[in-house]
Design a binder for this molecule. Structure first.
Ligand code: JFZ
Length: 417
């Protein structure tokens, strides 16, 4: 299988490098909520009657919408259903320990009251409220950490930002000026005005130069030293690696801190016609698979133009939280387990305890494992009363359970010495 492409920070690639105590909370957390939201939720994948392919937040580029036209979305943006407390409570109910909100995505629109541009939700829309500020307060009330996505290179609204080739001539742009006189001031304001920010999720480094990435990293740490920076800062800088979108490495990645950013359907930003929602079972298995290989799962919601969270997202996240209420000990604060590379199950470990997560329950209820030094096996779900036994046969550990999987999503067996 091919190694998936990572945005790997060089510091995170050395064996044992992942001991930076600043990441301890992040390694324990395992599961976060991504939020992609902006004026692109108004067209929601359709422009002038045409369905625009691809992810919803890229509609401006995909349809090459001139700034003069796209800007007209801002005065229409009045998401009266936006409820920061509902979002923070949903993340908590889902078992997501941190939230990452798009403060500014590639289209340049800011979900906070920026002093650097009026192209923001406070100054440029009838809504007039600081979405980021309200979410920061709600996260504080719910004990959820808050991180921010920030597009440091692509900016299709700014004359010196990268990526808008239909309004601007790249030869006439000054990217260095954009970084120094726009990006740095914005990074400074999002890290100064909204309390503790747990991480900055920079994205699509593209043309950013090594010294520019370094200067942004230094700027973040000069304002909030504990604020983590993801590997998409670029030039192999940052605190942890990010996989390609929705990509899960085929094998254990024990030597680095890494995460998979992922969608519940096929788009980050809201698209009215994207109903391809992953099943709850698939989402839980993705979480287990990623954690069993040493990573974090950053799972996205895309609120609509009114600020409402799509019901299918709510249903799935609440179901994931219900599973984690019962099985969270096998996820949070764990390390990759001793058995790797099996299709039917995954393992995680915490101290001397191994957790076996069974994806494909055998019809005969018989699970044969390598001869682990374990003498006790119990259902992690204490309410499960299904018959169960552990024995050794020919240097193998044999678990005998019922013909039906006790858990419709993933059944977890706790193995102890
Ligand atoms: C980027 C953004 O362009 C996208 O809109 C979304 O915010 C996503 C989380 O990040 O998309 C990417 C970036 C990198 C890869 C793929 C999509 N990659 O490395 O394959």
């Amino acid at each position: 299988m091919t190694e998936i492409e990572y945005f790997k920070p060089e510091r995170g690639q050395r064996p044992g490098a992942n001991e930076d105590p600043r990441l301890d909370w992040w390694r324990e957390a395992k599961f976060g909520m991504f939020i992609h939201w902006g004026v692109y939720s108004i067209p929601a994948g359709v422009w002038k009657g045409e369905h625009i392919p691809g992810i919803g937040e890229w509609i401006m580029l995909r349809a090459e919408i001139p700034i003069a036209e796209y800007e007209k979305l801002a005065p229409q943006f009045n998401p009266v259903k936006y409820d920061a407390d509902q979002i923070a409570k949903l993340a908590k109910a889902a078992g997501q320990k941190y939230i990452v909100l798009t403060s500014k995505h590639h289209d340049g629109f800011c979900l906070y009251g920026s002093s650097e541009t009026d192209y923001n939700i406070v100054d440029g829309t009838p809504f007039g409220r600081d979405v980021l500020g309200e979410l920061a307060d709600a996260c504080a009330r719910e004990g959820i950490k808050l991180g921010l996505y920030y597009s440091q290179t692509q900016d299709w609204h700014h004359p010196d930002g990268f990526g808008n080739t239909w309004d601007f001539n790249e030869d006439e742009q000054n990217f260095g000026d954009y970084i120094d006189n726009y990006v740095k001031p914005q990074v400074r304001e999002i890290l100064t005005n909204y309390g503790p920010i747990c991480l900055i999720w920079f994205d699509t480094p593209r043309i950013i130069e090594r010294h520019q990435s370094q200067e942004l990293l230094d700027l973040v740490h000069s304002i909030q030293p504990d604020c983590l920076v993801c590997g998409r800062l670029g030039n192999q800088l940052g605190d942890y690696a990010t996989a390609q979108d929705n990509a899960i490495p085929p094998d254990l990645q024990a030597e680095i801190d890494w995460e998979t950013p992922a969608t519940i359907n096929d788009t980050w930003g809201f698209k009215a016609h994207d109903h391809n929602w992953k099943s709850t079972t698939q989402l839980i298995q993705n979480l287990v698979d990623i954690v069993s290989k040493g990573g974090n799962y950053l799972l996205n919601i895309g609120p609509d133009a009114e600020g409402a969270i799509p019901e299918p997202s709510i249903e799935r996240l609440q179901a994931m939280g219900a599973w984690l209420d019962v099985n969270g000990d096998s996820i949070y604060g764990t390390q990759p387990g001793p058995i790797q590379g099996e299709a039917a199950y995954r393992t995680t470990q915490k101290g001397d305890t191994v957790y076996l997560h069974v994806f494909d329950w055998p019809a005969d209820g018989r699970i044969v494992l390598p001869d682990l030094d374990m003498s006790s096996a119990t259902w992690l779900d204490a309410s499960c009363d299904a018959a169960f036994s552990l024995s050794r046969e020919d240097r193998a550990l044999v678990l005998q359970g019922p013909a039906e999987a006790p858990d419709e999503n993933v059944t977890v067996i706790k193995l102890e010495r």
